[in-house]
Design a protein around this ligand. Structure first.
Ligand SMILES: Cc1ncc(C[n+]2csc(CCOP(=O)(O)OP(=O)(O)O)c2C)c(N)n1
Ligand SMILES: [Mg+2]
Length: 574
C-alpha cells in the first residue's frame, strides 16, 4: 500500500502547515497530490473538498482574509491548476494572502508526455508573488517557508504564492537534519514601523490642512482602532472603498460616503491608507482631485506612489503609522475647516437617511418583480449590523455596495472577478463560525460557482445565499441599451435557483412578492445553509449602471471623470 514514511516530504509539508496554524485546506483531489492529501488528513488538517478548483482558491482567499493569515488551496496537476488560475489571479490583484499547492508528474516521466503535464510555474508567473517547482525533497521545508512568507507579504506585497512538487518528491524523504524548526514553523511577520522624520513631516502637513480627506484600502484591515483614533484627533473626513468597507462603522462621524464626489473634489489634502490610487479613485487625477496634496501611507510599494506622488510617503504598517502620527501631534489643534466638514457630514447624513427610507418603500414593478433596494432593506433588517456580507454581481453588487452595511465585507475586488460569492461565503463562514454570513449575489454571478452549494451542504456550512434574480446580466443589458440601442446575448432565464438548491439539500424558497421577503428571510436564517431566489426588476438602474462603468470609457472608468479628464488634457476645450 501507499503508506508514507514519517520523513516523506508530503508528511513534512503537512506538519509544517499544522505548525503554522493551518487547520483547513480547500481542495479537489487527484493522483498527483494524493500523498499530500492523505498526509494533511493524518495531521488533523480538515479538507474542504470542493467541486471546482477555482472555488477552492476563492474559499482559501476568504478564509485567509478573515483569519489574517494565508489561506491554503490544494489542487491537482494540469487542469486542476488551470481551473485554479482565476482564483489565483484574483488574490494576486487583491493582494490577498493565499498559498496554492499542487503536484506534477514524477521526475522520471519528465518530457515523456505524462498525464496532466503542463508548465504550471510558467503559466502562473504573471499572477503570483512566488511560483516554483520543488524538485528535491531536501529543499521542501525551506521552500514552503519562503512561499508562506511571500504569500503573507513579509518584506513585500501579500498575494498568491504557488508551489508544486513532482509526486515522487512528495513520496521521497526529507533528511531529518534538514527538518529545521526555523523552516517548519516559520517566524511571525514583522510589522514595518514608520521613520520618525516621515511622521513629523506628515503631522506638519496634516495638522495645517484645511480640508483633509482620508481614503482607506486594504492596509487598514484589522487597524480600525488606530484609524478611528487618527480621524478623531485630526477631525478629517473619511471615505472607505470596497477593500476597507466595514473597518470603520458607517455611523462614525468622519464617514461621508454618500457625498464621495464632493469630498474628493474639494479636499486640499488627501491621505491614502494602504490604498492604490486605481480606477476606483480616478487614478488620483488632478481632473478629480485638483491640486490637493497627498500623504501616502502603506506597508507595500504598490500602494505608496502609484499615479500620484505623496508630499509625504510613509512605508509602514498603517496602524503603527497612524498611532505614531497621533502621538507626534500630541493633542495640538488641527486647522480643519470645521464648517466644511460639518456641511459634508450633514449632507451625508441627509442623503443616507433619504436612501434608507426610499429603500424601505421601493416599489415593485407592475408585474410584481421586487425592487433590488427593497430586497436589500429587508435583508439588512433580517441580518442586523454584525454579519459578514459577501456581495457579488453587476447591477445588484452596485446596489448592495451603497445599500448594505456590514462590519466585514467581501466582494469581487479590483479584478472585478464576479462569481466569488458562494465560495467566499463558505470560506468566511468556516473562518468565523460564530457569525452570520450572507452572500448577496446577482443571478449571473451566482451561476459561476453555483455547484458549491453542494460543498456548503456536505460540510454543514451555515450560509445564507440571496440570489437577486433579474434573469439577465443586467448591468451589461443596461450598457447595451444605452450605448448600442439593442440587447444581444446578455439575457438569461428566470431560472428557479431555489429548486436547484433544494435538489442539493438546502432549505430554499423562491420569492416573487415583496411582502413575503421578511418571512422567507427569517425561515432561511433559521435553516442554513439556505438560499432564497428573489425575482427582482431589471428596469431600475444602480449608480454604477448610470455612471457608465460598464461601457469602459477611454480615459477614466466613469463617464463624468472621463469628461473631466478630457477637459483637463485639452485645457478646457473638448
Ligand atoms: C468573470 C467575469 N465575467 C464577466 C464579467 C463582466 N460582468 C460584470 S457584471 C456582469 C453581469 C452580472 O450579472 P448578475 O450577476 O446577474 O448581476 P446583475 O447585473 O444582473 O444585477 C458581467 C457579465 C466579469 N466582471 N467577470
Ligand atoms: Mg442578473
Amino acid at each position: 500500500m501507499a503508506a508514507l514514511a514519517h520523513d516523506a516530504a508530503a508528511r513534512v509539508i503537512a506538519r509544517s502547515l499544522r505548525a503554522r496554524g493551518v487547520d483547513r485546506v480547500f481542495a479537489l483531489c487527484g493522483g498527483h497530490i494524493m500523498p499530500l492529501w492523505m498526509s494533511l488528513d493524518d495531521e488533523g488538517i480538515a479538507i474542504v473538498d470542493v467541486r471546482d478548483e477555482r472555488a477552492a482558491v476563492y474559499m482559501a482567499h476568504a478564509y485567509g482574509e478573515l483569519r489574517g493569515m494565508p489561506g491554503v488551496a490544494l489542487v491537482t496537476a494540469g487542469p486542476g491548476v488551470t481551473n485554479a488560475m482565476t482564483g489565483i489571479a484574483n488574490a494576486h490583484v487583491a493582494r490577498a494572502p493565499i498559498l496554492v499547492l499542487s503536484g506534477t508528474p514524477p521526475r522520471p516521466q519528465d518530457n515523456r508526455g505524462a498525464l496532466q503535464d503542463l508548465d504550471h510555474v510558467g503559466m502562473l508567473r504573471a499572477i503570483t508573488r512566488y511560483a516554483r517547482t520543488v524538485r528535491d525533497a531536501a529543499l521542501v521545508p525551506a521552500e514552503l517557508d519562503e512561499a508562506f512568507a511571500r504569500a503573507r507579504g513579509d518584506g513585500g506585497e501579500p498575494g498568491a504564492a504557488y508551489l508544486d512538487f513532482p509526486v515522487d518528491v512528495l513520496r521521497a524523504d526529507v533528511p531529518p537534519p534538514l527538518q529545521r524548526a526555523e523552516h517548519l514553523a516559520g517566524r511571525p511577520r514583522a510589522l514595518l514601523a514608520p521613520s520618525p522624520g516621515d511622521v513629523e513631516r506628515a503631522v506638519e502637513l496634516l495638522w495645517s490642512a484645511r480640508r483633509p480627506l482620508v481614503i482607506a484600502g486594504r492596509g487598514v484591515k484589522g487597524r480600525g482602532a488606530p484609524l478611528a483614533r487618527f480621524l478623531d484627533a485630526l477631525g478629517a473626513v473619511y471615505l472607505d472603498t470596497g477593500e476597507s468597507k466595514g473597518v470603520l462603522p458607517a455611523s462614525h462621524p468622519a464617514f461621508v460616503g454618500a457625498v464621495r464626489g464632493s469630498a474628493m473634489g474639494a479636499a486640499d489634502l488627501v491621505v491614502t491608507l494602504g490604498r492604490r490610487l486605481d480606477f476606483q479613485l480616478a487614478y488620483g487625477s488632478p481632473a478629480v482631485f485638483g491640486d490637493a496634496r497627498f500623504v501616502r501611507i502603506a506597508d507595500v510599494a504598490a500602494e505608496l506612489r502609484d499615479n500620484r506622488r505623496g508630499d509625504v510617503e510613509i512605508l509602514a504598517d498603517c496602524g503603527l503609522a497612524l498611532d505614531a502620527i497621533v502621538a507626534a501631534a500630541g493633542g495640538r489643534a488641527a486647522a480643519v475647516d470645521t464648517a466644511w466638514a460639518a456641511d459634508l457630514r450633514a449632507r451625508h447624513a441627509g442623503r443616507s437617511a433619504r436612501l434608507r427610507e426610499s429603500m424601505r418603500v421601493a416599489e415593485s414593478a407592475p408585474d410584481g418583480k421586487i425592487h433590488p433596494n427593497r430586497l436589500l432593506a429587508c435583508l439588512q433588517d433580517a441580518i442586523g449590523d454584525d454579519a459578514i456580507v459577501v456581495a457579488d454581481g453587476g447591477d445588484f453588487l452596485a446596489f448592495a455596495r451603497v445599500g448594505l452595511e456590514a462590519p466585514t465585507w467581501l466582494d469581487p475586488g479590483p479584478l472585478g472577478c464576479i462569481g466569488v460569492g458562494t465560495p467566499f461565503g463558505i470560506g468566511a463562514a468556516l473562518a468565523a463560525p460564530g457569525r452570520s454570513v450572507v452572500v448577496a449575489t446577482g443571478d449571473g454571478a451566482f451561476g459561476f460557482n453555483a455547484m458549491e452549494i453542494d460543498t456548503a451542504v456536505r460540510h454543514g456550512v451555515p450560509l445564507l445565499i440571496v440570489v437577486a434574480n433579474n434573469g439577465a446580466w443586467q448591468i451589461e443589458v443596461n450598457d447595451q441599451r444605452q450605448s448600442w440601442g439593442r440587447v444581444v446575448g446578455t439575457t438569461l432565464q428566470f431560472a428557479d435557483h431555489a429548486a436547484m438548491a433544494r435538489a442539493f439539500g438546502l432549505h430554499a424558497e423562491r420569492v416573487t412578492d415583496a411582502a413575503e421577503l421578511p418571512g422567507a428571510l427569517e425561515r432561511a436564517l433559521a435553516h442554513r445553509p439556505a438560499l432564497i431566489d428573489v425575482v427582482v426588476r431589471g428596469d431600475v438602474m444602480s449608480a454604477d449602471g448610470k455612471s457608465g462603468l460598464a461601457g469602459v470609457p477611454d480615459l477614466m472608468p466613469l463617464t463624468a471623470w472621463d469628461d473631466a479628464e478630457r477637459r483637463l488634457r485639452t485645457g478646457g476645450v473638448t
